[in-house]
Write a protein that binds this ligand. Structure first.
Ligand SMILES: Cc1ncc(COP(=O)(O)O)c(C=O)c1O
Length: 285
């Protein structure tokens, strides 16, 4: 039985209840994180909590836990759920008001909710086991605050569904200038002539923790050139390799875009090199 945490209490997930007046429920007025934990070892914990806390400041959601307090609850929850390969979902909403009014309420306590779910074993740097993903592309129809990891995910849900309905794994998104932003639930990287590229951070994409860790690890390793630069959809279509990154996927190779193979349609050698370097270092974050 899966154990959850809700507002100070550990309880079976199926027994967790919130008010229908919770602003997370009514307005999507909340933030979330998903942190992977393999055999009890968290990946990128501090970076996830820092993004979470910086999101709270941005949306003026007041909550005073330190990183250590978050760590204690997360660690306990992982233990109570068997310390296997788990995704830890962390959620905070502005809380339950007594009425439905858009304005931020006074004196309302934020709702804090965590639960875990099973993840497949940590992706490994192994060509034989890797699965190439198929994706479609679409104009990015979301809002101007995609850098905030908010629970208001309808824009992302609709984009994800575009790909899902076509039987593929993801939808990658481009702006009105035909430049790549990210995917509905991942960041995107391309490889061209041995150089790894990803769009620079701005308000049109989430500052992914996997993206940050991969860039940091590759720069410290120094054996492959990495660039944060604008990338046109023509460049994506002409890339030698395309990858998606997220906390649950690590680095996932894309082998087909809009029904066309990416390069020769096989998982590329740079993916393998990047995965080897990344998997060596990811547990030190
Ligand atoms: C829209 C979007 N972009 C990128 C990511 C990847 O972020 P992270 O690497 O922190 O999981 C996610 C993950 O949920 C996402 O939803």
């Amino acid at each position: 039985m899966s154990i959850a945490y809700l507002n100070g209490e550990y309880l079976p997930l199926t027994e967790a209840r919130i008010s229908p007046l919770d602003r997370g429920f009514l307005f999507g007025d909340g933030l979330y994180e998903v942190i992977p934990s393999y055999g009890g070892k968290l990946v990128g914990f501090s970076a996830h909590i820092q993004r979470f806390q910086s999101g709270m400041q941005t949306i003026q959601l007041k909550h005073d836990w330190t990183e250590q307090q978050w760590r204690e609850v997360v660690t306990s929850l992982i233990e109570q759920n068997g310390s296997g390969d788990l995704g830890v979902y962390i959620h905070i909403s502005r809380g339950a008001d007594t009425k439905r009014l858009h304005a931020f309420p006074d004196n309302v306590t934020p709702t804090v909710f965590l639960f875990t779910y099973e993840l497949p074993p940590a992706p490994s740097a192994d060509l034989a086991k890797a699965k190439g993903l198929r994706v479609v592309s679409s104009e990015d129809m979301r809002w101007q605050h995609c850098n905030i990891k908010t629970t208001s995910l309808l824009g992302n849900v609709l984009h994800y569904q575009q790909g899902f309905a076509k039987g593929v794994n993801e939808t990658i998104l481009f702006n009105q200038q035909q430049q790549l932003t990210e995917a509905s639930s991942c960041n995107v990287f391309i490889v061209k002539n041995g150089v790894i590229k990803t769009p620079p951070l701005d308000n049109h994409l989430l500052p992914g923790i996997t993206r940050y860790m991969l860039l940091d690890i590759l720069r410290k390793d120094g054996s492959i050139e990495v660039q944060e630069c604008a990338i046109s959809m023509d460049q994506v279509r002409d890339a030698d390799e395309v990858w998606l990154t997220s906390s649950s996927k690590d680095i996932a190779p894309v082998i087909e875009l809009d029904g066309q193979p990416v390069a020769d349609g096989k998982i590329g050698p740079m993916w393998l090199r990047a995965m080897q370097i990344y998997t060596q270092h990811k547990f030190s974050y």
